[in-house]
Design a protein around this ligand. Structure first.
Ligand code: AMP
Ligand code: MG
Length: 401
């Protein structure tokens, strides 16, 4: 048996880099950028009007001129038009490029146009106003997105604006999620009273979809030979295998002996925690990792969030800051195991994150996950946890999105 910290350390010492690949930028949501993106030209690429109105040369205004004949009208997308003499103006629309001869935009609200002449009716004009200067945001060749970032809507927008149709991203590992158990039936079936629908594989697969990772799924009956054949096949095909169920002391729990027979080296078995104590972790000589979680749905879900997803983050170079919350009610847990308490999170008006214990029917209560937001990791050394104390949390709900 190892501690939670030891288990984490062992898993984190088995980080792998799966390389990179180039993909279309529209399909890159959720992936990790593997190469800096640079501006292909200045941003903005020209001096750009930010208001509808007229463009003038400020020096004319400075000399006291207030009425400007309109030489031309320029829409966004039109080539810039120079004024010929200083006292002329260009009627200009938001997004249009200013020619070198004009440098200041006066909005329609501050002028009137009659018989082809614009008259400015305010003295409050500043040189360069309402102009977004060329290169103000980014210079040509300057990095606009650093590698290592998670690709979200803002990055897709930036990639589009600099013409990056293909992005180099971190390759994802090949993952299979295997459920075990003769009591399990397909989700679409009506189970008999002694049967249940298999939900764990779907929970794991769904949690990985935020990485745009599409894991395969497989079900194996509680049969030694079938387990051996199927797991051997998966060892050949996948970078990591997630198993749920079949690792406890039951008569039909074949996973640990099969893994041993298939030369998957056990790196630990059993963690001082609840839920998820019988967690088995090991590695095959070909580097395939095996995360074998207990089948209880809360155990599988907790182990996935506490161990597997942080491993995946580390493989992809994602560094997430640790998250903490304030316990909002006294809580007692006596066994000498590290307890992962299901909590409901709430931000108070001071900006503090409060965690209310939400036990339901104990650590095995699967339905409770729907109503809660995170596991709070309570230290092993203590039994009594007092309102106001701060502990680490492992969120599974996207509360800020
Ligand atoms: P096991 O670890 O195989 O002893 O399973 C522990 C409990 O979790 C049993 O009640 C199983 O029926 C249940 N269980 C195992 N696998 C799954 C699964 N894929 N989906 C839902 N429940 C499961
Ligand atoms: Mg089982």
């Amino acid at each position: 048996m190892v501690s939670v910290q030891e288990a984490e350390n062992i898993i984190q010492s088995n980080i792998r880099n799966f390389g990179t690949e180039s993909i279309p930028f529209q399909s890159a949501l959720g992936r990790i950028l593997a190469k800096d993106i640079k501006a292909d030209r200045d941003l903005p690429p020209c001096n750009r009007a930010t208001m509808d109105g007229i463009a003038i040369n400020f020096s004319a205004f400075d000399k006291g001129i207030r009425s400007f004949p309109v030489l031309a009208t320029q829409a966004a997308g039109d080539a810039p038009v120079d004024i010929k003499t200083e006292n002329e103006c260009i009627e200009i629309m938001t997004g249009a490029a200013l020619a070198p001869s004009v440098n200041t935009v006066i909005r329609y609200e501050d002028l009137s146009i009659q018989n082809g002449t614009a008259t400015i009716n305010t003295n409050n004009i500043k040189q360069g106003q309402n102009v977004h200067l060329k290169g103000k945001d980014k210079k040509e060749n300057e990095t606009v997105i650093n590698s290592g970032l998670l690709i979200d809507a803002t990055l897709i927008s930036m990639a589009a604006s600099v013409g990056k149709t293909e992005l180099l991203v971190k390759k994802l590992p090949k993952i299979v999620i295997i459920s075990t158990g003769d009591e399990l039936v397909n989700v679409g079936e009506t189970p008999l009273p002694h049967q249940i629908r298999r939900s764990n594989s779907y929970a794991c697969k769904a949690a990985m979809q935020q990485y745009d990772l599409s894991a395969d799924m497989l079900h194996i009956p509680d049969d030694y030979q079938a387990t051996k054949t199927q797991v051997q096949d998966c060892i050949n095909k996948y970078d990591a295998i997630i198993l749920s169920g079949g690792i406890s002391m039951g008569k039909f729990d074949y996973v640990p002996p099969v893994l041993e027979e298939l030369s998957v080296k056990q790196l630990f078995y059993k963690v001082e925690q609840r839920p998820g104590k019988p967690f088995w972790f090991g590695k095959h000589a070909n580097d395939t990792l095996v995360f074998a979680f207990p089948g209880n749905p809360v155990s599988t879900f907790m182990c996935l969030h506490r161990y597997f997803l942080p491993w995946l983050d580390a493989c992809l170079g994602i560094s997430k800051s640790k998250t903490y919350a304030i316990l909002n009610r006294d809580f007692t847990f006596n066994p000498s195991l590290q307890y992962f308490l299901q909590v409901k999170l709430m931000m108070n008006e001071k900006g503090e994150l409060l965690a209310s214990p939400f036990e339901g029917n104990g650590s095995g209560d699967f339905a409770n996950l729907v109503d809660t937001d995170a596991f709070m990791e309570l230290p092993l050394e203590k039994s009594n946890f007092i309102k106001g104390e701060v502990y680490r949390i492992w969120p599974y709900k996207q509360i800020f999105v």
